[in-house]
Design a protein. Structure first.
Length: 168
């Protein structure tokens, strides 16, 4: 084979190689463009305010659709989102507090919940008792923000119904 033909072969291969690399890089760039640099999902952790702003008993937070309960230094949070089709349930105070056993531990119940859409009813700890709701109301993890001491709920972190946050 002549030097000229070797050189032509080399240049053809070089050209093909560059073309393949170029197409590959373009493919990677195209795929990368499908992944946004910024997330527009709402954050799942929300600051709710200083613990001292919560009265003993129940406080409803409409923006988070959340019931926050306080018993002295102890806090827990129950979702107000009906597990049937997502309407906001209403809390009704019980005429007399009741005690229910949740995970082997007695829990004092002061309210029950009623869904205005299709009539599902829930016990004070969120247990569904009647209507089309397929499961209990969610409980979410509460923590204290390390920077300013506010209560923080993580709406992506469901916890058992015996969860309690104790604030010093
Ligand atoms: S959305 Fe609550 S019962 Fe249907």
């Amino acid at each position: 084979m002549s030097d000229k033909s070797d050189r032509r072969d080399f240049l053809v291969k070089l050209g093909l190689g560059a073309g393949v690399v170029g197409v590959g890089l373009q493919g990677v760039a195209s795929l990368r463009s499908l992944v946004p640099n910024v997330s527009y999902d709402p954050p799942t952790t929300v600051k709710l305010g200083p613990p001292g702003d919560f009265p003993d008993g129940l406080k409803f937070l409409p923006d988070e659709r959340l019931f926050v309960f306080r018993e002295g230094k102890t806090f827990y949070a129950i979702s107000a989102v009906c597990t049937h089709l997502g309407c906001t349930v209403r809390a009704e105070a019980l005429p007399q507090p009741e005690t229910a056993e949740v995970n082997g531990r007695p829990v004092r119940l002061t309210h029950r919940y009623l869904c205005p859409c299709h009539g599902s009813r829930y016990r004070g700890d969120g247990q569904n008792v009647s209507g089309p709701a397929p499961r209990p109301l969610a409980w979410y993890r509460l923590t204290v923000a390390p920077d300013d001491g506010q209560l923080v709920v993580d709406l992506a972190d469901e916890v058992d119904r015996d969860f309690r946050l104790t604030v010093a």
